[in-house]
Design a protein around this ligand. Structure first.
Ligand code: AP5
Length: 217
């Protein structure tokens, strides 16, 4: 299956992507994770991306599209994938359709995770990420036993630079302006399934998998 997860910052795309990709036996491809890995390795791509990420903006379309094209050409993505955070603009969606058409295939489904702005702010202000294994925690909803330490690998936990309140406000604004129009792009194609992403993580996962089953996945 070729699936896209779309939704505002903090909707739980990364959290659900882990479970849904495992259920579908496809790789999870997160453009945010790829950019962050490049930032931490200090690559030229990472240095360019960081300027936009820290300000709550989007990395330019062409940079992002080229990066995704390279990633989708890897062998593990040939039979399916779950894209988390891409596309995020209509030009990226058009480019993805073209990339897949060139490979003789197409997107199967776009799942929209629906949460309101207040919930986004609660989720992002409490998010903590593990520096070693990348696991995502939440101080209120999924807290580690020890303060600041990852239960899975004993790594240090940190708060993402772009989770500061002023940056979150800008990310929400950018989402409304640049990413929300994807709903009008995919809706008429009959590929869009909207899903309530509030409530406990496990309940959202069950809803997501039930929705996929109803589409034959
Ligand atoms: P990216 O990493 O994709 O950020 P995002 O879309 O803003 O999404 P987040 O990672 O913030 O949130 P999420 O929806 O994955 O939520 P999570 O599961 O962590 O991108 C970062 C930046 O990179 C962008 O701003 C941009 O600059 C750049 N970029 C990336 N892709 C790009 C593209 N295509 N084009 C251009 N630029 C691009 O959950 C959030 C928190 O809530 C966690 O703490 C979690 O534990 C908790 N939580 C999750 N689910 C629940 C639940 N059901 N109940 C309670 N808590 C929950």
């Amino acid at each position: 299956m070729r699936l896209v997860l779309v939704g505002p910052p903090g909707a739980g795309k990364g959290t659900q992507a882990e479970f849904v990709a495992a259920h579908l036996c496809v790789p999870k491809i997160s453009t945010g994770d790829i950019f962050r890995a490049n930032v931490s390795q200090g690559t030229p791509l990472g240095m360019e991306a960081k300027r936009y990420m820290d300000a709550g903006g989007l990395v330019p379309d062409q940079v992002t599209i080229d990066m995704v094209r390279d990633r989708l050409a890897e062998s593990d993505a040939s039979d399916g994938f779950l894209l988390d955070g891409f596309p995020r603009t209509v030009p990226q969606a058009v480019a993805l359709d073209k990339m897949l058409a060139d490979l003789g295939t197409s997107l199967d489904l776009v799942m929209e995770l629906v949460v309101d702005d207040d919930e986004v702010i609660r989720r992002l202000s409490g998010r903590r990420n593990c520096r070693s294994c990348g696991k995502v925690w939440h101080l209120e909803f999924d807290a580690p036993v020890r303060d600041g330490i990852c239960d899975r690998c004993n790594g240090d936990l940190f708060q993402r630079d772009d989770d500061k309140p002023e940056t979150v406000a800008e990310r929400l604004r950018v989402y409304g302006r640049d990413t929300a129009p994807l709903i009008d792009y995919y809706g008429p194609q009959g590929k869009l399934v909207g899903m309530d992403a509030t409530g406990p993580v496990e309940d959202v996962t069950v809803r997501a998998i039930d929705a996929l089953r109803s589409y034959g996945a």
